[in-house]
Design a protein around this ligand. Structure first.
Ligand SMILES: Cc1cc2nc3c(=O)[nH]c(=O)nc-3n(C[C@H](O)[C@H](O)[C@H](O)COP(=O)(O)OP(=O)(O)OC[C@H]3O[C@@H](n4cnc5c(N)ncnc54)[C@H](O)[C@@H]3O)c2cc1C
Length: 62
């Protein structure tokens, strides 16, 4: 549950931060551009968000 929540929240926060920076946020000179690009992989490796949901659903239905 924590991996799902934190991964998806990190994606939302990174997107908000990029938006806050405006056009600069999209440029490689600003670190947020890399963060925005790198953070979504957390919802893929070590079990995707969708797989996390499947595991949680199975636990709830036990
Ligand atoms: C940077 C990085 C590091 C990695 N390191 C390792 C590592 O050290 N060791 C290791 O073993 N693997 C590693 N992986 C592989 C990683 O675990 C897989 O990428 C991950 O399990 C997703 O598998 P996939 O890429 O084949 O995507 P797919 O399984 O093809 O998934 C594609 C999409 O379909 C969805 N999906 C797939 N199956 C279902 C389902 N049953 N129900 C609902 N949705 C589904 C997924 O959620 C995803 O959105 C790494 C991947 C990355 C990107």
């Amino acid at each position: 549950m924590a991996k799902w929540w934190i991964s998806e929240m990190a994606k939302k926060v990174a997107a908000e931060c990029l938006q806050l920076h405006g056009g600069y946020g999209y440029m490689e000179e600003y670190e947020i551009a890399r963060r925005f690009r790198d953070i979504p992989v957390a919802a893929i490796y070590a079990g995707t968000t969708e797989i996390m949901k499947g595991i949680i659903a199975k636990e709830i239905l036990k």
